[in-house]
Design a protein around this ligand. Structure first.
Ligand code: FAD
Length: 411
């Protein structure tokens, strides 16, 4: 009987198993995860779950019963070695598992801040369920929380903390929030919203250390100020878990290198999700993505190829972030844009920013504008060229724009 072994038991791993089951894969499926949880969704960890608005059971990708009799799930165990010649993985507890096809779904880990005091009690990172338990135990109305990093996770934690009545300060090295991913206009919008909710933003400010004896009581910054804090959450990015692949000689750059079939440099080894560096024909480039959509779609691609269905991955990347009453939905990659167009009403908290490069639509950031988000996606996939003045016209739906452009309808 053929054997698939999945390393990791996160979001992507769960989808690999689900697709193999759906396709009635005839062999055995084993999933080995370092965490003690069945595959679960991480996005709520900085949103509703952190806010106490979602029970833990709803985090799970599928109920435990879903896997029963179909997938052998080994939890709380780490794969420590891959022997590609023998097609076998070994774990920290000394057990070995043979495979015909191996899927690396090892995800990523938090980037840590190597400054003095970062081991003090009350200094947290946020990646898994246990991290949320630790943060929530320290959160209480009126307590002072300092958040290091104004990316998605930092800002989502800020929004939840403000809502829970904490005194919130966000410290960010760059001169605007979400600098890496959104336009200056959108950063300014989010900065205003956070400020209006009582969050103190310290931009262009680095962290040099944490003060406190045994427990954190402040964050030392490059401006010389120490921000008082009862707890700290650090959200300064992630690192892909590539070491297992690297150690067994697979090609690795900024991620495990895979082709559009999610195959690594060894045809018996696939990799999916946060840990991969993959090509995307729609974007014409290689990239690493940190998103649920990418993990799920690559998982399906790998599983279908294991089942003998020749399938290539080519998707418009998308992502979302919930802060206060704002749902931000992002499709495409705005890197390299030369022009932006705003549609809708920023003051009314419903608008989108469209990013163009050489006249073609490459990305959208939609704030409380799900229709724009959905309708922009196919246009991004096609690299549609649309007159910016027409794009700004909220009376014309995005889905109708290409046709109108082709027909030269006057603006
Ligand atoms: P993971 O879900 O990280 O799973 C990898 C698993 O492999 C982990 O459990 C890890 O412990 C395990 N593992 C690693 N090495 C080994 C080993 N050697 N042996 C055994 N097990 C191992 N994405 C969005 O699209 N939208 C969002 O709003 C969003 N919000 C997020 C909020 C938070 C707080 C976080 C942390 C992430 C968020 N993400 C969001 C990102 C998203 O969760 C990830 O992109 C997604 O989880 C990637 O799935 P994955 O399967 O590649 O990796």
């Amino acid at each position: 009987m053929s054997k698939v072994v999945i390393v990791g038991a996160g979001h992507g791993a769960g989808q690999v198993a689900a697709t193999l089951m759906q396709k009635k894969y005839g062999g055995s499926i084993t999933m080995i995860g370092e965490e003690r949880w069945y595959p679960y969704q991480r996005p709520p960890l900085s949103k509703k779950f952190l806010a106490g608005e979602m029970p833990a059971e709803r985090l799970y990708f599928k109920p435990q019963s879903f896997y029963e009799g179909a997938v052998d799930i080994v939890l709380g165990n780490r794969v420590t070695e891959i022997d590609r010649d023998a097609q076998r993985v070994s774990t920290a507890t000394g057990s070995d598992y043979d495979y015909d096809d191996l899927v690396l779904a090892t995800g990523s880990r938090v980037r840590t801040l190597g400054v003095s005091g970062s081991d003090l009690a009350g200094v947290h990172y946020l990646r898994g369920i246990d991290d949320v338990d630790g943060i929530r135990a320290d959160m209480a109305p009126g307590r002072r929380i300092a958040i290091v990093g104004a990316g998605y996770i930092g800002l989502e934690v800020a929004a939840v903390s403000a809502k829970l009545g904490l005194d919130v300060t966000v410290i960010e090295m760059e001169d605007r929030v979400m600098n890496r991913v959104v336009s200056p206009e959108l950063s300014a919008f989010y900065q205003d919203v956070h400020t209006a909710n009582g969050v103190k933003l310290k931009l262009s400010t680095g962290v040099t250390g944490f003060s406190g004896s045994g427990r954190v009581d402040g964050v030392k910054t490059t401006s010389g100020e120490t921000v008082p804090a009862d707890l700290v959450v650090i959200g300064i990015g992630i690192l892909p878990n590539v070491e297992l692949a690297e150690d067994c000689g697979l090609a690795v750059t900024n991620g495990i290198v895979v082709d559009d079939h999610c195959r690594t440099s060894d045809p018996h080894v696939y990799a999916i999700g946060d840990c991969t560096w993959h090509p995307n024909a729609l974007l014409g480039s290689g990239l690493r993505l940190e998103s649920v959509h990418n993990a799920l779609e690559q998982a399906k691609t790998a599983a279908l190829n294991i089942c003998g269905e020749d399938t290539a991955y080519a998707q418009v990347p998308w992502f979302w972030s919930d802060q206060y009453d704002l749902k931000l939905q992002i499709a495409g990659l705005s890197k390299g844009y030369d022009h932006t167009v705003t549609r809708g009403d920023p003051d009314g908290h419903s608008f989108s920013v469209l990013y163009l490069k050489d006249g073609a639509l490459i990305a959208v950031d939609a704030v409380n504008s799900p229709k724009d988000f959905l309708q922009a996606k196919p246009l991004i996939a096609e690299h549609a060229k649309i007159d910016p003045a027409m794009l700004a016209n909220k009376d014309v739906q995005l889905k109708d724009m290409k046709i109108r452009c082709q027909n030269e309808v006057p603006k």
